[in-house]
Design a protein around this ligand. Structure first.
Ligand code: HDE
Length: 748
């Protein structure tokens, strides 16, 4: 089977299917036009409600009509009402004893409005508080049949999904682009019940046993006395913990690499981290690791971009995901499995499959694609969907089971537990976004926020009063199964197996697998983070850990910190590099990438219009950047001005002229030019080009554009395309964008 072709066919099928369905082209948006790639920042009408939100909670848990009217939900009809549906004439003035008051207690409308507002917030997630979600569809390839009987993986089976991406450490309002792990949690609404794959963009974890989760999180969160710093690991408590607790070194190295600052949620891998146990129709079991492989490849920001974005656009990743989906540049991932024999020792090639601080390199066990997920719809309401979605690693379907990984075992307890506080009681699975699409008949009753009006007199088993309903599955009907896995005869202990003691060999393997540029980024990241620590002992202890990973890494970081270089206390093993870990060297589609076009109102506007059309046609998004807002030329509107644009939101920039300084730019006059001198090119364009150059982006120029490049001191050639016409330049720029960055431009 040609798997590459299968991936492309599946992607095309989902995207074309959306366009051709009589049903909404945008899921849940009746009558919406099939999406085309379009400028995402242009004003548009508000989206109508989506299908998944259209109905109130008027069904019982058994699927029967509860008797509640279908419109028992806010925002029906055109009139403002109270929560009880009584129409309201005036919501701007409280009821007072005379115009100057005081306000009367009897004003029920005032009290209801304020009381509800007072209780609008719910606790944010204790970790992964900051996130962004999207709806989509998963299509099975049928290639997993030999491994698992999970129905949603069967050939051509389409399953609705909701995905939430997140950072881990920051609060709900923190910046998207901080250096951190990213959550990648997927809810599959399968016909056999909901399956949640609650993963991260990093395949290993800080701890081997869940009992230490509060410790690592307390260390990473802001200091308890000052509550700073927000959303970052560059502080003493984090490095204190990871340097004392060396099993965290592997995850920490991934965080210090470019993986810690993704370019986009659309360009991240996802990992189930733990090993799961799958069972096929014949009852044969296999051990499995889940992988998400992004269609657009794995790409990262530069550290400077990440920092600038924290101020310029803290919502960068959230916006990027939303805009891409609105523009029809649907993000897609292939789900892949690494499959291992289910041996009694649960080891593979000497690697303990139950140790979540270890990977199995792809070169030893290939990731086999089993289906594709395409995200095709944005949430209608952030709170109702992205905030209230509740994932749980225990939400499993027939064919997929857990293993004894001690990290996973703790998670099986933690997720429901946390929802009880966060979502206010045990009925959170009745919240629309959490409702299974499979029929539910669970005998769970009552509790806070019970929405179902259950029928029947006997929510217990066995019963005769409800005719014995509901019935437990018998015979061959498909159901959850407790696999009869042998548990070794053992004694109760608080201890780890000896295989968990190796904390360094895979960290070194990761380091050795990086290209020189990526290694340089890692060195700078450690130097920055440790440079933010105050405690000398913490820095020295982490340097000792680095010495046990690689001598050069340790020496360069130590030099940056101005500290002595310690000797390794372990013998360094030269692990075989795993090329799959590096982001450099491959080519990827450029769908949904942002291309800025710097426009000189006196320059080649016809060329700009032509290039803009070509950028759309290539599935990317052009942003016209002009001296000021409004119309630039015939049919050309500025989407960014020289005052609002920064390099960080662009993947490449084209310069279609050499704009002279606009009057409002003169206060920003380049100091190098000297007081009184007027620079030849608008200094904000010069700054933009300098930044694009520094951030290793492809830069193209035609017409008078090359002289603007010269004014910015850009003379080199790698990633600089100069040409006669816009379309010619764009073609060559796009070729280079496939590599993501102009890697040669980084000083190594
Ligand atoms: Fe989580 N984790 N976690 N985690 N986790 C939560 O659940 C927890 C772990 C992950 O977008 C919480 O609903 C423990 C590994 C994601 O809603 C909480 C342990 C991995 C999300 C929780 C871990 C994850 C969470 C907080 C150690 C990658 C966000 C709010 C035993 C495989 C899901 C919530 C979303 C969220 C506990 C370790 C991924 C407290 C105790 C390993 C993506 O229950």
């Amino acid at each position: 089977m040609d798997l590459k072709q299968l991936a492309q066919d599946t992607f095309d099928k989902v995207v074309n299917g959306l366009a051709s369905k009589a049903e909404p082209a945008v899921p849940g948006v009746p009558g919406a036009e099939p999406p085309t790639v379009a400028e995402p920042t242009e004003p548009r009408d508000p989206l109508p409600p989506k299908a998944d939100q259209a109905e109130p909670a008027n069904l019982t848990a058994t699927g029967a009509d509860s008797g509640a009217p279908a419109n028992a939900r806010a925002q029906q009809d055109a009139w403002l009402t109270t929560s009880q549906g009584a129409r309201v004439r005036d919501t701007d003035h409280s009821l007072k004893a005379g115009e100057r008051g005081p306000t009367l207690l009897q004003d029920h409308h005032l009290r209801e409005k304020i009381t509800h507002f007072d209780h609008e917030r719910i606790p944010e997630r204790v970790v992964h508080a900051r996130g962004a979600g999207a709806h989509g569809v998963f299509v099975g390839y049928g290639t997993a049949d030999t491994v698992t009987r999970a129905a949603f993986l069967q050939e051509g089976e389409e399953t609705p999904v909701f995905v939430r991406f997140s950072t881990v450490l920051g609060s709900r309002g923190s910046a998207d682009t901080v250096r951190d792990t990213r959550g990648f949690a997927t809810k599959f609404y399968t016909d056999e019940g909901t399956f949640d794959l609650v993963g991260n963009n990093i395949p290993v974890f800080f701890i081997q046993d869940g009992i230490k989760f509060p410790d690592v999180i307390h260390a990473g969160k802001p200091h308890p006395d000052r509550e700073i710093p927000q959303a970052q690991s560059a502080h003493d408590t984090f490095w204190d913990f990871v340097s004392l607790h060396t099993e965290a070194q592997h995850h920490t190295m991934w965080n210090m690499s470019d993986r810690g600052i993704p370019r986009s949620y659309r360009m991240m891998e996802g990992f189930g981290v733990h090993t799961f146990r799958c069972v096929n129709d014949a009852g044969e079991t296999a051990l499995v690791k889940f992988h998400w492989k992004p269609r657009l490849g794995v790409h990262s920001l530069t550290w400077e971009e990440a920092q600038l974005l924290g101020g310029i656009d803290p919502d960068f990743h959230r916006r990027d995901l939303y805009d891409a989906i609105e523009a029809g540049a649907y993000p897609a991932w292939e789900l892949g499995l690494q499959v291992f024999p289910d041996e009694p020792d649960q080891m593979f090639a000497g690697i303990d499959l139950l140790d979540p601080t270890k990977i199995v390199p792809e070169e030893l066990a290939a990731v086999q694609p089993v289906g594709m997920m395409v995200l095709t719809g944005n949430p209608t309401n952030f709170f109702a969907e992205t905030e209230q979605v509740a994932f749980h690693v225990g939400h499993l379907v027939p064919g997929i089971d857990v293993t004894d990984d001690p990290l996973l075992q703790t998670r099986l307890f933690s997720y429901v537990d946390t929802q009880l506080t966060r979502l206010g009681g045990p009925n959170f699975s009745q919240i629309p976004i959490n409702r299974p699409h499979a029929p539910v008949n669970d005998m769970l009753r009552d509790g806070f926020h019970q929405h179902a009006v259950h029928v029947g007199a006997a929510p217990y088993r066995p019963n005769s009063l409800d005719g014995g309903c509901p019935f437990a599955v018998e015979g061959d009907a498909r159901a959850m199964e407790d696999l009869a896995v042998r548990v070794a005869e053992s004694t109760k202990v608080r201890a780890n197996p000896a295989s968990y003691d190796d904390h360094y060999s895979q960290v070194r393997q990761f380091w050795l697998s990086m290209s020189p540029v990526e290694q340089q980024h890692i060195i700078r990241a450690y130097t920055f983070e440790l440079g933010k620590c105050y405690e000398q002992a913490v820095k020295e202890r982490q340097l000792q850990c680095l010495a046990n990973i690689d001598a050069r890494l340790c020496a360069e970081v130590a030099t940056g910190l101005g500290l002595p270089v310690p000797d390794a206390t372990l013998e360094l093993v030269d692990a075989e590099p795993s090329p799959a870990l590096s982001q450099v060297g491959q080519e990827w589609p450029s769908d949904g990438r942002m291309v800025g076009i710097v426009v000189d109102p006196d320059g080649d506007l016809a060329g700009v219009a032509e290039v803009r059309t070509a950028i759309f046609a290539a599935g990317m998004v052009p942003l016209v950047i002009a001296p000021r807002g409004g119309q630039v030329g015939d049919g050309l509107v500025a989407q960014r001005t020289f005052a609002t644009v920064r390099s960080v939101e662009l993947d490449a920039v084209l310069v279609a002229g050499s704009p002279v300084p606009a009057p409002d730019a003169l206060p920003l006059r380049d100091e190098k030019a000297g007081a009184g001198d007027t620079p030849s090119v608008d200094p904000r364009v010069v700054l933009l080009l300098e930044e694009c150059f520094r951030h290793a982006k492809v830069i193209g120029a035609w017409g008078a554009g090359p002289s603007a490049l010269e004014a910015a001191g850009i003379t080199g050639t790698p990633g600089i395309v100069r040409g006669e016409s816009g379309p010619e330049v764009l073609g060559r720029v796009q070729e280079q964008m496939a590599l993501h960055r102009v890697w040669e431009r980084f000083a190594v």
